[in-house]
Design a protein around this ligand. Structure first.
Ligand code: TXE
Length: 501
């Protein structure tokens, strides 16, 4: 154990070595400023450990390492097959360590252990494997322009990529960004969210073990306003990929303009879920519960606005309330039966509760929850699953992203009204439509302004399918083949085969 790692025992009894440093050039180092961040278990409000917090000087060092690695033949010239081998190995190592990684994720973030293990780690293992599969299949095209010219394109990596990620799915968000960036041959400076750095720091050692050369991946824990801003405005970073709030996304866009970085932004949402009279109400209620309550409601695509056609409005509310009461079991995230753990931080917990106050004062009907959920020891940032009905379109709770186990329900009369109101938002990330009429389902899906539409499900994302938003929900796409576009340039080569001047 060095002074940049610590032996910990998690609440489930698992013992492991937690790295606490900044990861630069495959080594652990201290922050130049000496600044640190202490992370807290949101389930009992106790401190877990203290990690180094990077500042601009550390970002400079990490970017220099990433630039050097980008140009080094040990990475630049190895080709897609060798990059695939490293990514496959990394995926296998994550799989081997998944119980420890899931434990750390639950401890630091508060999500139920069963979710962290089966969903988050399952996705991370597959995501890295999926992009390993792409690494040797990224190629350009020959474009036929006639006999006097050979024209072709090369797919080149962008260079040094800054990746800034949020706290709601720490490892998944890291995998979504690392997988395609590395498959395409880029190098990375990644900043985890200051609230949840621990699992990604543990991942760093697996990256070394998988054989990635020094400097290819650098991980800097730190605050957004210092380390994050230094990454966003660094003159030697070529691309910035960000997931987080719309407000911070706009700031990052401005900072990234300093050297016209390539950007991918995945920001907030207020995703609608439409239920038509002809829908299977039981199914709609089950998917709607998952759509908003999963991960404590801290999901960018959470279907947080439910619009129900008036013929089934009352019935839906009754079935949905019953479903939430049965499925959304709040409690100790390490307990098997728990569906919902605490909100990630006190700030997020207070933010959600402030929206309860807002909804009540604006005259919506509080149909369930709307209060803290206190564990036996009276600690932790738990909130009772909250349902507001009779919500009007001008209310704050209808318009703003709450990011908690908090849903608003309203009724509509016609399909046209449903689509107009679904689109009456500055966001455009996810959306869901419930109907048995296949023609109506596809028609509504086309008319909704969103990056993703689920017909007869909600939040049923997949690593193979592009993910991203329109309007103020973001720019560009992650996941699927689309992510390769976000991490490569197309270079056009024109070869003169005959034209003489
Ligand atoms: O997000 P921030 P916060 C939404 C959600 C939530 C709200 C606030 O509504 O309630 O945002 O959460 C880094 N330059 N989402 O404040 O600030 C920061 O360190 C560079 C939706 O936690 O966007 C972290 O790594 N970086 C969302 C990351 O940005 C900066 C997930 C996200 O933090 C920075 C999270 C700056 N000036 C929150 N300021 C989703 N789309 O899934 C912060 N950061």
């Amino acid at each position: 154990m060095s002074d940049l790692s610590v032996e910990l025992t998690a609440p489930n009894g698992r013992k492991y070595t937690q790295p606490t440093g900044l990861f630069i050039n495959n080594e652990w180092v201290k922050a130049k400023s000496g600044e640190t961040i202490t992370t807290v278990n949101p389930a009992d409000e106790k401190e877990i450990t203290t990690v180094q917090a990077a500042g601009p000087e550390d970002v400079d060092i990490a970017v220099a390492a990433a630039r050097k690695a980008f140009k080094d033949p040990s990475w630049k010239d190895i080709g897609g097959r060798a990059r695939a081998d490293m990514l496959f190995k990394l995926s296998a190592l994550i799989d081997e360590h998944k119980e420890t990684l899931a434990t750390i994720e639950t401890w630091d973030n508060g999500k139920p252990y069963s979710v962290a293990l089966n969903d988050d780690l399952g996705e991370v293992v597959y995501c890295i494997k999926y992009y390993a599969g792409w690494a040797d299949k990224i190629h350009g095209q020959v474009v036929d322009t006639g006999p006097t010219k050979l024209a072709y394109t090369l797919r080149e990596p962008l260079g040094v990529c800054g990746q800034i990620i949020p706290w709601n799915f720490p490892l998944s968000m890291a995998a979504w960004k690392l997988g395609p960036a590395l498959a395409c041959g880029n190098t990375v400076v990644l900043k985890p969210a200051e609230q949840t750095p621990l699992s990604i720091l543990y991942l760093a050692n697996l990256i070394v073990e998988a054989g990635f050369p020094p400097g290819v991946v650098n991980i800097l824990n730190g605050y957004g306003r210092s380390a994050g801003a230094a990454i966003a405005q660094h003159l030697d970073i070529d691309k910035i990929a960000f997931t987080g709030s719309t407000a911070t996304g706009k700031e990052i866009m401005k900072m990234a303009a300093v050297n016209m970085k390539n950007i991918t932004l995945e920001t907030g949402g207020k995703s609608p879920l439409l239920i038509f009279d002809d829908a299977d109400i039981e199914q709609a209620a089950k998917w709607a519960q998952v759509g908003i309550m999963y991960n404590q409601g801290q999901v960018c695509t959470a279907t947080s606005r439910i619009l129900v056609q008036e013929g089934v409005y009352e019935k839906f509310i009754e079935v949905f309330k019953e479903c939430v009461a049965t499925v959304s079991k709040v409690g100790d995230p390490f307990a098997d039966e728990t569906f919902q753990g605490p909100q990630v931080t006190k700030a997020q917990y207070e933010r959600v509760l402030s929206y309860v106050e807002s909804g009540t004062s604006e005259g919506a009907t509080l149909a369930a929850g709307g209060c803290p959920y206190k564990d036996v020891n009276g600690k932790g940032f738990f909130i009772s699953p909250t349902i507001f009905t009779d919500v009007k379109d001008n209310m704050k709770i209808y318009r703003e992203e709450v990011f908690g186990p908090f849903v608003v329900i309203s009724s509509f009369q016609t399909e046209e009204e449903a689509v107009t109101r679904a689109n009456d938002t500055t966001y455009g990330l996810g959306s869901a439509v419930f109907t048995k009429d296949i023609v109506k389902g596809h028609r509504v899906a086309r008319n909704i302004e969103a990056g993703m539409v689920w017909i007869n499900s909600s939040n049923d994302s997949d690593v193979r399918i592009p993910f991203g938003g329109v309007k103020q929900s973001g720019i560009g796409r992650e996941l699927g083949e689309a992510a390769l576009e976000s991490y490569t340039n197309k270079k056009s080569i024109h070869v003169n085969l005959g034209t003489v001047l």
